[in-house]
Structure formats: structure tokens, C-alpha cells
Design a protein around this ligand. Structure first.
Ligand SMILES: Nc1ncnc2c1ncn2[C@@H]1O[C@H](COP(=O)(O)OP(=O)(O)O)[C@@H](O)[C@H]1O
Ligand SMILES: [Mg+2]
Length: 145
């Protein structure tokens, strides 16, 4: 399934649609090269879930937790991992317990598409805007419009 996201307003609305569907245990894979909007979409999802403060890019911290949200959200950027096993060493499983994971550069953490509750989003540049290619695991089939 593909979605045209011509501007930031479209990105915000797209984040809202995703946020409404999220459940604990989900992972949203955010793929696409630098500058395609992975952090922008993460922010849109977090805002739609009720987060009002800043959303720092987890480029350097790798993992940022938003425990006050329902469900809680873990926002990660795995770009800097040298090996997928480092995700485990960071305690990712503990962070994820009962939470939703928003994962930028998921392939650097070994990928999550084998999980039934994984929603894979790949962002591409289309002119001034973006195109989102979306694929859901078994747990998303009845949730996708
Ligand atoms: N749908 C969109 N249309 C136009 N510009 C966008 C869109 N989504 C994101 N951007 C812009 O793209 C730039 C990079 O976004 P960012 O989320 O930091 O990318 P990434 O996390 O993938 O590296 C930002 O300046 C952002 O405003
Ligand atoms: Mg980013």
C-alpha cells in the first residue's frame, strides 16, 4: 500500500492515522535514506498520541522513552549500531515490554518484519514531498484500511 505525503501537513495526518491503530507490542519500522522523514513521522505519531514536549532525534542516544503515553512508546534510531546484537545489549527487549517501538534504521538492529505486529514503512522522496510504502504483518491485516 502506498501513501502520497506531499507536505508536512500530510505527514502529520498520516502520523495521526497510524497512532490511532497502535497497540502495546507493536513495532513501526521506519526505513528510507537520510532526510526522507523518519524522525518527522515519529514526531507526528508521538504528538498524535498526546506527547506535548520536544521529541529529540535519537541519533545519539539511540533510544528515547515516552513512558507517560498510553501505550508507552520507545523511539529508537539504530543507525549508529555497529552490529544488530548491540540492540540486545542496550536492553531493547526491556524497553519494549508493554510498549510500542518506533524504529528508525530497523535493519541495523536486525529488522523486525518477522514479528506479526510489525508495520513496515519505507519513505522515499517524491519531488518536494514523500511517498510512504506500507506493509503490515499478520497482526496488522485487520487494522489496515
Ligand atoms: N512529507 C514531507 N514533505 C516535505 N518535507 C518533509 C516531509 N517529511 C519530512 N520532511 C522534511 O524532511 C527533512 C528531513 O526529515 P527527517 O525526519 O529528519 O528525516 P530522517 O529522520 O529520515 O533523516 C525535514 O526538514 C522535514 O521537514
Ligand atoms: Mg532521523
Amino acid at each position: 500500500m502506498t501513501f502520497d505525503l506531499p507536505d508536512l501537513e500530510a505527514m502529520r495526518a498520516f502520523g495521526e492515522r497510524i497512532a490511532e491503530l497502535l497497540r502495546p507490542g507493536d513495532v513501526v519500522e521506519l526505513s528510507g535514506t537520510l532526510g526522507t522523514g523518519k524522525t518527522t513521522l515519529s514526531r507526528a505519531i508521538l504528538r498524535a498520541m498526546g506527547h506535548e514536549g520536544e521529541v529529540p532525534s535519537p541519533t545519539f542516544t539511540i533510544i528515547e522513552s515516552y513512558d507517560h503515553l498510553q501505550p508507552p512508546v520507545v523511539h529508537a534510531d539504530f543507525y549508529r549500531l555497529a552490529h544488530p546484537s548491540e540492540a540486545e545489549q542496550l536492553g531493547l527487549d526491556d524497553y519494549r515490554d508493554g510498549s510500542v517501538l518506533l524504529a528508525e534504521w530497523p535493519d541495523h538492529a536486525g529488522g523486525f518484519a518477522h514479528e506479526a505486529d510489525c508495520l513496515s514503512i519505507t519513505l522515499e522522496i517524491r519531488g518536494q514531498g514523500r511517498l510512504a510504502v506500507v506493509e503490515g504483518g499478520a497482526g496488522w491485516q485487520e487494522r489496515m484500511p
